[in-house]
Ligand binder design. Structure first.
Ligand code: VGL
Ligand code: ZN
Length: 210
C-alpha cells in the first residue's frame, strides 16, 4: 500500500556530510549516490530536519584519542561500549560540511550532535549516555510533527539510532532504505535491522511513497 504524505510528516536527513562520502575520513560506500534522490524527495516535505555530526577535536569516539587503539575497535567508556572511529566531522572543518549538492534550502532545523567531547551521539535525539537530550524531541513536539521519514548515513549507526529514538519518543518512524548506506562493521547492519524491526521502525523504499 503506498504511503501518502501528510502535513505533519517530517523528513530527517541524517549526517549527509563530506567525511561520510567516498574520499572522506569515515567513508560510507555509495554515500554520494543518495544525495540527489534525497534532495528530490525533500521537495515533497514541508518540514525537513538535517542532522550534522559535529565533534570536538580529539573527541572520545576517535581512536586517535586512545593511545594504542585502532579505528573500528570497541572500548568501554563511562557510559558503556563505544566503537572507535577515525577522526571525522570535526566542528568547523570541511569534513563536517554537508555534501556537495545537498541543496535543501527549505530545511528548517540543522541539529548538531556529538559536540560533548566525552560522549558520542549517533542519535539525533539522545546522546550515547542515553540520558542527555539534544532537544529534537521537544522541537518536533512543539512543531506538531508526527511521523518521521529517515534517510542518510549511516544506516546501521546514526540513521538506526535516530529511528529507534524516534520510536522511543512516540513517533511513527519510516526508514527509507534505498536512501541510506551502511558502514556494516562487525555485523552492525544485521544488528541494526533486528533492533529496528523489534522497535517497530518501518523499513520501506522511497518508491513506496505515493
Ligand atoms: C556515524 C559513526 C560515527 C554516522 C557518526 O553518521 O552513522 N557513524 N559518527
Ligand atoms: Zn561521529
Amino acid at each position: 500500500m503506498p504511503l501518502s504524505l501528510k502535513p505533519t510528516d517530517a523528513l530527517v536527513v541524517v549526517d549527509m556530510q563530506n567525511d561520510f562520502l567516498p574520499g572522506g575520513s569515515l567513508a560510507v560506500a555509495g554515500g554520494d549516490t543518495i544525495v540527489a534522490p534525497i534532495v528530490a524527495l525533500a521537495q515533497r516535505f514541508e518540514t525537513v530536519v538535517l542532522t550534522q555530526d559535529w565533534h570536538t577535536p580529539r573527541h572520545s569516539s576517535f581512536a586517535s584519542a586512545h593511545p594504542g587503539r585502532q579505528p573500528f575497535e570497541a572500548i568501554e567508556l563511562a557510559y558503556g561500549t563505544q566503537v572507535l572511529w577515525p577522526d571525522h566531522c570535526v566542528m568547523g572543518t570541511d569534513g563536517a560540511d554537508f555534501a556537495p549538492g545537498l541543496d535543501i534550502p527549505h530545511a528548517q532545523l540543522i541539529l548538531r550532535k556529538g559536540f560533548h567531547s566525552e560522549v558520542d551521539s549517533y542519535s539525533g535525539f539522545r546522546e550515547a549516555d542515553r540520558v542527555t537530550q539534544t532537544g529534537l524531541a521537544g522541537y518536533l513536539a512543539e512543531r506538531g510533527i508526527g511521523r518521521l521519514f529517515l534517510v542518510g548515513l549511516a544506516t546501521d549507526f546514526c540513521v538506526a539510532w535516530t529511528a529507534l529514538d524516534a520510536r522511543a519518543s512516540g513517533h511513527e518512524a519510516i526508514l527509507l532504505e534505498d536512501l541510506t548506506r551502511a558502514i556494516d562493521a562487525n555485523g552492525s547492519l544485521g544488528a541494526a535491522h533486528a533492533a529496528l524491526d523489534a522497535a517497530g521502525v518501518v523499513r520501506a523504499a522511497s518508491a513506496d511513497i505515493g
